[in-house]
Design a protein. Structure first.
Length: 399
């Protein structure tokens, strides 16, 4: 999540594509309060029409009270005087208001710097920080939910505490794929926004026989619009403190919820299949992630149904996306059969070729090297993010 100080109601839509999920705030007093209520926030944008002196005063306050927080300033026109005043006040970068690519790059640099700074800010040694994994494809029907449920079940079966969150809020299938009957869903957390804690999560999870815990999508598709991206971001941040792994199943679209997931993910599993639309959408996804400033080493391309005889080969996919395929999962009718039974194939048929490929994916790229049950794994892309340090604005009216 990113806080934006801008009085223009349309500003969030203008910038969220570049920096991810945004909460817009009208004035400085409200911004200070919001920072006091969000002690892990690492990025603030100041809109192009905010008074320059007010913006610099706010940045000076943040530099003293919260040095790990990055402040980016948007201006309609940048000259030497504006740049000098901003940098003296502690603004990290000044970007032209219409330079979306420049904003995305600046946000990425600022977050990387904030992560390094916050790593030395006094966080309790040994505090738990889950590894967050998002399973995504911009095309439906490629097997996202099958991957998410099987990987979650396998990680839970190794003794880890795993939370699976269904972010396909309109048409999520996590619950039905595991034949669970959830009594609550993510919609029940909306009323707890700002106060989500472990107890709140426990109240909405449904436990599976494998040991994994799942938060289901709302039962009614119309409820999807009632779940703000900020609630998803808060849920992920809280869950990271109480689980070993947080797995996020997603819809085939760049929604605000998906952008919030990208912001907090250590690893993105990008799924494709051997068909032209899926490959095209994967290429567009990679380009979009570049625009958002997402780290290339946090992405993993997985080819599902990799041996399907459809006239397209895995090497054709590599040539199209200009990126290697990390894992290839074979095609099998046993997979939909396992979904229909509500039992993850990775547990039901552990020696099946699909199960072996999924276990390889989990063992090499997801399971943490220091996990007591995890053995020795290869270095995974997208190592777990350093947990942000805590701070407060002394004049921010903290709770």
């Amino acid at each position: 999540m990113t806080l934006l100080w801008d009085a223009d109601p349309s500003a969030s839509e203008r910038y969220d594509f570049a920096v991810g999920s945004i909460v817009r705030i009208d004035n400085q007093a409200a911004m200070v309060r919001a920072l006091g209520e969000n002690p892990t926030e690492l990025l603030v944008l100041i809109g192009p029409d905010v008074d320059m002196d007010a913006a610099c005063t706010f940045s000076e306050l943040c530099r003293v009270e919260r040095p790990e927080l990055g402040v980016l300033l948007l201006r309609r026109r940048i000259d030497v005087a504006v740049l000098g005043q901003a940098l003296r006040a502690g603004v990290r970068e000044v970007i032209t208001a219409d330079d979306v690519t420049g904003l995305a790059d600046a946000a990425r640099r600022s977050r990387e710097l904030s992560t390094r700074v916050s790593g030395h800010s006094g966080e309790t040694v040994g505090a738990k920080t889950a590894r967050v994994v998002t399973v995504f494809s911009a095309k439906g029907g490629v097997g996202k939910t099958t991957f998410a449920t099987n990987l979650s079940a396998y990680l839970a079966a190794t003794g880890s505490r795993v939370l699976l969150i269904d972010l396909d809020l309109a048409f999520g299938d996590v619950g039905i794929s595991l034949q669970m009957l959830p009594q609550n869903s993510i919609i029940d957390l909306v009323g707890m926004a700002g106060n989500i804690d472990e107890q709140a999560i426990n109240a909405v999870v449904t436990k599976h026989d494998s040991g994994l815990e799942a938060i289901s999508a709302p039962a009614e598709p119309s409820d999807a619009d009632r779940v703000p991206g900020t609630t998803v971001a808060e849920l992920i941040r809280v869950a990271k403190r109480h689980y070993d792994y947080v797995i996020l199943d997603t819809p085939p679209a760049f929604t605000s919820h998906v952008l919030a997931a990208f912001d907090d993910s250590d690893l993105l599993i990008l799924i494709a299949t051997l068909d032209i639309p899926a490959v095209k959408n994967l290429r567009l996804t990679l380009d979009t992630l570049d625009l958002l400033g997402n780290r290339k080493d946090s992405r993993l391309v997985v080819l599902n149904r990799s041996d399907a005889k459809v006239g397209l080969r895995p090497e054709d996919v590599v040539a199209a996306i200009k990126q290697d395929i990390a894992v290839m999962v074979p095609n099998s009718t046993a997979v939909p059969a396992s979904v229909n039974r509500g039992v993850p194939i990775i547990l039901d048929e552990p020696k099946h070729a699909v199960s072996l490929a999924l276990r390889d994916l989990a063992d090499r790229f997801i399971r943490l090297p220091d996990n007591p049950t995890g053995g020795t794994q290869a270095q995974a892309p997208g190592q777990p993010a350093t947990k942000p340090g805590r701070w407060s604005l002394s004049r921010g009216g903290n709770r």
